[in-house]
Design a protein around this ligand. Structure first.
Ligand code: SF4
Ligand code: SF4
Length: 382
């Protein structure tokens, strides 16, 4: 319980007016980074508010774990909208990122799709909405928040209920930077009502700029601007990267250390996996008759599931990392491929000196700046 005192931590001067309006009479402390545990320990009787950049909130909340009596609120910035203060439970942790595949079909069927969507596998075309609600609600029980949620496919706009998934995710996670990832080609045929609902849920679109998308860029931009939908186009995507090995290596750590997808935790069918490759590899196995491991998941509905243990498990090297190259190799983008056109080589890295020695060294050296550049491109300003 609070003793009536409120302390607001803020990281930018331009947040002071809002802090004064939301918490009149509160003490305000400038804190460019997440405040340290030593500073927070003395505030166990206070209400504590973090008006910080989204990416700093997990550390701030972790440092609050000892404040068992305090009320803790967050007001994230950099998530594309400005939410009301959100009360959080610091006994739980926060996930950095979750993506989820609401459509298992795509209108583009790219060669070497990283979700293996262009392969022929018998499965339901969409993530059942009721199942999605059950799964994402369970995440809310396990974690106080998720910094970024990306609703993806396949092509998510093939799922006629795309706005329902967005609204559900937003209702449960007001702290999230919420996005739908799309190839953009169906947007001009999507009912305006759907796009308006997505905008009203403060969700933006990440549009992957494949060559056919690039051709429609002006029309897509005009439409989204007219409806008030926030969006960004990726850089033109003319190259994909392959990363699957024919045979495993002994140690999964080097690939995991070099990986730029290790944060891409994927939710689906009652499970969460460390990355989308670990989630989607079953399609490759079914199509080509291979036996890559399909065991890298956590059953989130297991009654003994614990958010902190899940976080640790998702953050460490896992079995499938032994089957990933520590250096990715490029393959030219090609769209509209029939399943019969798919070749194992569209995903597999050839066992050459260049691929197994030179590419890993380059990726290791460039990883940090590649990740920083990627988040810079994706980050939004309020
Ligand atoms: S657009 Fe291409 S890469 Fe994206 S899901 Fe569809 S097939 Fe895969
Ligand atoms: S399996 Fe491991 S190395 Fe491969 S993409 Fe996933 S996290 Fe990265």
């Amino acid at each position: 319980m609070s003793d009536g005192r409120t302390v607001v931590f803020y990281d930018k001067e331009n947040k002071l007016d809002r802090a004064a309006k939301l918490f009149p009479g509160a003490e305000r402390r400038f804190s460019p980074d997440a405040p340290k545990e030593s500073e927070l320990r003395s505030l166990s009787e206070c209400t504590v508010v973090f008006m910080l950049e989204n990416g700093k909130l997990r550390d701030a909340a972790e440092n609050c774990r000892l404040l068992q009596n305090a009320d803790v609120f967050v007001v994230p910035s950099g998530i594309g909208y400005t939410p009301d203060p959100i009360k959080i439970d610091c006994s739980k942790t926060r996930l950095n990122y979750v993506e989820t595949e609401i459509s298992r079909v795509c209108n583009l069927n790219c060669r070497g799709c990283c979700d293996f969507i262009n392969l022929k596998v018998k499965e339901e075309p969409f993530y059942d909405f009721e199942l999605f609600c059950r799964d994402i609600s369970r995440l809310k029980e396990l974690f106080w928040g998720i910094a970024q949620i990306r609703i993806m496919g396949g092509e998510p706009f093939l799922n006629p209920r795309v706005a329902d998934y967005v609204e559900k995710a937003r209702a449960l996670f007001p702290d999230s930077d919420l996005r739908v990832v799309t190839n953009g080609l169906l947007l001009t045929k999507t009912p305006e009502e759907t796009l308006k609902r997505i905008a009203a849920a403060s969700c933006s679109l990440d549009i992957s700029a494949y060559p056919p998308t690039w051709k429609q860029k002006k029309d897509i931009s005009r439409l989204l601007d007219s409806l008030g939908v926030k969006y960004s186009f990726s850089v033109p995507m003319v190259v994909f990267f392959k990363n699957v090995l024919e045979k495993p290596v002994d140690d999964p750590a080097p690939a995991h250390r070099n990986c730029i997808f290790s944060h891409c935790h994927m939710l689906g069918n009652g499970r969460i996996t460390p990355c989308s490759f670990a989630f989607c590899i079953y399609r490759f196995n079914r199509h080509f008759g291979t036996s890559y491991p399909e065991t890298d998941f956590v059953d989130i509905h297991d009654p003994s599931a614990d958010g902190r243990r899940i976080y640790e498990r998702l953050s460490t090297p896992h079995e499938f990392c032994k089957y990933c190259g520590a250096g990715m190799t490029p393959i030219l983008w090609k769209g509209r491929n029939a399943p019969a056109d798919a070749r194992r080589e569209d995903w597999l890295i050839a066992d050459t000196f260049l691929n197994t020695k030179v590419a890993p060294a380059i990726q290791g050296a460039a990883r940090k700046s590649a990740v920083a550049l990627r988040s810079k491109i994706r980050d939004k300003q309020d």
